[in-house]
Design a protein around this ligand. Structure first.
Ligand code: ZN
Length: 450
């Protein structure tokens, strides 16, 4: 049995010292004993690992490449065209090398699990590979190589616009009919069974890409596991939904598939007040991707009202333009400050904003990715993020002030060590397999950008 002694740790009950953590052979916590002081010492400030609930790993390789002003107005839609051009050059080896690099960076940045919302299925001509789940399985291999906890969310994508319009040329690599998707999902489920810490769900892409009938079919055919959908990211999507369905996207999803505890709506940026209240009162999770939403000019999610109404949320790195758990939480809070002219929006009177943000996103992310018990408690995976107490932004502080220092100042630079299921995957701030992962990533990038 592995026994660790955490110098200082954030437990569900609060901060504790010299915490003995006993782990089972499966990497799950068997016992937590504050003050006991037995076991292999883990110096530093130990936090439970945060889930990154929304990623499109391949987009990591185009980070920073869509920052040139076009002749027309730049928006999410012009960025999407640049993304479609970029992915035309990606094959299975490229996808795996990029995903492994992105997952190693996520671990280095304080994320211990990822929800991979995977919609890039076919070859550049739009023809399914001989193995229909080829590219999804490459993400499974990337997770295995890095040790990150993967919740694979194969995405169903069939149409180009709300109401079932045919997909465009740039979308041909994503498109499945229901039969092909069922086959692809079955292959993914089989691969996930052999991946330590692997989970599987489904991701109907959005109401742009999936009809109401298809949504109902997917929810019924796959009744287990997380269900993620992009919703209300852009005003154009909301307008199209009103035109075609006479209602708004979140209300439509609530009526079609319900907002239950398996559901995670990604973005929710342009939720109306009525649907925001309904969403907040439900057990579903809001998957906020604040850095990507800022990068794409999506708008500001009404997170403060949603939070005050009791809504659950987690964070995702989405386009992976920047990978940093603390920076996502910071950007979410800062977006609310910019919109409201107030400070400490996603907090409660007298409490540390960093602590409230962290614990809310910890619970929301774990639920959305079905990662099991939340925090360092028996039954949970021993996913640990160790911060450096000597980092200048944490120095001289203690407990919640150190958490605030990490989230609002230091970010990933303060992450010293990370363990997933008790196994050390980041040492001295660097992934233990980064040399090999980087050696495969660099030529891929050179080829893609040549
Ligand atoms: Zn997305």
């Amino acid at each position: 049995m592995t026994v660790l002694c955490l110098e200082r740790a954030l437990l569900p009950e609060g901060w504790a010292e010299r915490v003995t953590l006993r782990l089972g052979a499966d990497g799950r916590i068997v016992a937590v004993e504050p003050g006991r002081g037995e076991g292999e010492p883990v110096p530093g400030i130990v936090l439970p690992g945060l889930a990154n609930l929304h990623s499109h790993a391949f987009q990591r390789a185009m980070a920073g490449l869509a920052e040139v002003a076009g002749p027309g107005e730049d928006s999410f839609w012009s960025w999407r065209e640049a993304m479609y051009r970029f992915l035309a050059r990606l094959g299975p080896d490229e996808v795996e090398a990029i995903a492994a690099f992105a997952y190693a960076e996520m671990l280095e940045a304080g994320f211990t699990a990822v929800g991979e919302f995977h919609y890039l299925h076919h070859d550049p001509e739009g023809v399914p590979y001989a193995e229909p789940a080829e590219l999804a399985l490459r993400h499974v291999e990337a997770a295995r190589a890095t040790g990150i906890g993967l919740t694979l969310l194969p995405s169903f994508y069939a149409h180009g616009e709300v109401g079932g319009a045919p997909p465009g040329e740039g979308q041909r690599r994503f498109v499945c009919d229901l039969d092909l998707f069922a086959k692809l999902h079955e292959r993914c489920a089989r691969a996930i069974r052999d991946l330590p810490g692997g989970r599987i769900g489904i991701a109907p892409h959005s109401i742009r890409a999936v009809t109401i009938e298809e949504l109902r079919w997917l929810a019924e055919l796959f009744p287990e596991g997380p269900l993620h959908v992009h919703a209300s990211e852009q005003p154009r999507e909301v307008e199209a939904c009103r035109r075609v369905h006479g209602t708004t996207p979140i209300a439509l999803l609530a009526e079609t598939i319900g907002l239950d505890s398996r559901t995670c709506l990604i973005h929710g940026t342009h939720a109306t007040e009525a649907e925001r209240r309904r969403f907040a009162a439900s057990p579903a999770v809001l998957g906020s991707c604040p850095i990507t939403e800022a990068s794409l000019g999506d708008g500001i999610v009404p997170a403060t009202a949603f939070f005050r109404e009791g809504g659950r949320f987690g964070v995702g790195s989405d386009s992976n333009v920047q990978i940093d758990a603390a920076a996502e939480l910071r950007q979410l809070e800062y977006s609310q400050r910019l919109a409201s002219g107030r400070r400490n929006c996603l907090s409660e009177p007298g409490r540390s904003t960093g602590r409230v943000l962290f614990e809310t996103a910890l619970a929301g992310g774990a639920q959305a990715l079905e990662r099991g018990p939340v925090g360092l408690r028996p039954g949970a995976s021993a996913d640990l993020v160790v911060l450096d107490p000597d980092h200048p932004d944490l120095l001289g502080r203690s407990d919640d002030r150190q958490l605030d220092g990490w989230i609002f100042c230091a970010g990933k630079a303060a992450v010293r060590e990370v363990r997933v299921g008790g196994r050390r995957v980041v040492e001295a701030g660097r992934h233990v397999a980064k040399d090999g992962i980087g050696a495969r990533y660099r030529p891929v990038l050179a080829r893609l950008l040549s």
